[in-house]
Design a protein around this ligand. Structure first.
Ligand code: B12
Length: 151
């Protein structure tokens, strides 16, 4: 059972020309059930659309998904685009980030170099993403939730 008292806003979307929608739909539902406010931009979202939405909704986190193997090209200059819109948010990227993805550590480094705070592979569960958001956004667990989480 996922705790329910998060009052933070996350912007979520699939970047570039990528049309894989299932992953972000599942993430959206899990994040909403956990109490986050989720702005789901859907598939085929441009860098500018991420930045504009994050600015407009004063997002705490911007979560980028990519499945089709072109994430590195699609994310060139992403942090600069966010900065140009005055966005100061935690940034994650996840999915099938490279073609083949033999060595995920190499992939992780590539995306950290592009400025992402955390990089997730395609095996990532919604619970893992929520746990990371809790840490990064310093969302406290209440005593009530502690009982729910541990029981
Ligand atoms: C269904 C599917 C399609 C459908 C998509 C339908 C739709 N509208 O969603 C169709 C048939 C359209 C399709 C098309 C293509 N696909 Co496709 N597709 C898949 C498939 C079989 C399943 C994807 C899926 O829905 N998974 C289920 C969800 C729940 O899992 P998920 O997406 O991985 O998301 C989870 C995690 O990754 C993670 N996650 C995802 N994003 C993020 C972001 C953050 C921040 C975090 C924390 C976590 C996170 O959390 C999610 C929930 O647990 C995968 C293979 C596979 N088994 O993954 C290939 C796959 C993704 N497709 C692939 C390819 C190549 C394509 C095409 C380019 C094929 C082509 N030549 O036309 C096109 C691209 C079209 C486009 N413009 O996007 C490749 C990508 C290869 C790569 N990256 O190296 C894959 C891996 C197949 C393969 N083994 O080759 N595809």
């Amino acid at each position: 059972m996922i705790p329910h008292t998060m009052s933070r806003t996350v912007v979520l979307g699939v970047i570039g020309s990528d049309a894989h929608v299932v992953g972000i739909t599942i993430l959206e539902q899990a994040f909403s059930a956990a109490g986050l406010t989720v702005i789901n931009l859907g598939v085929q979202t441009s860098q500018a659309e991420f930045a504009e939405a994050a600015d407009r909704h004063d997002a705490d986190a911007v979560l980028v998904s990519s499945l089709y193997g072109h994430a590195e090209q699609d994310c060139q200059g992403f942090q600069e685009t966010l900065e140009a819109h005055g966005v100061d948010a935690v940034t994650y990227i996840g999915g099938n980030l490279a073609v083949g993805q033999d060595d995920f550590e190499e992939t992780r480094e590539t995306f950290e170099d592009l400025g992402f705070d955390r990089v997730f592979d395609a095996e990532t569960s919604p619970e893992e993403a929520i746990a990371a958001l809790r840490r990064d956004l310093r969302i406290p667990i209440t005593d009530q939730e502690r009982v729910t989480v541990t029981s």
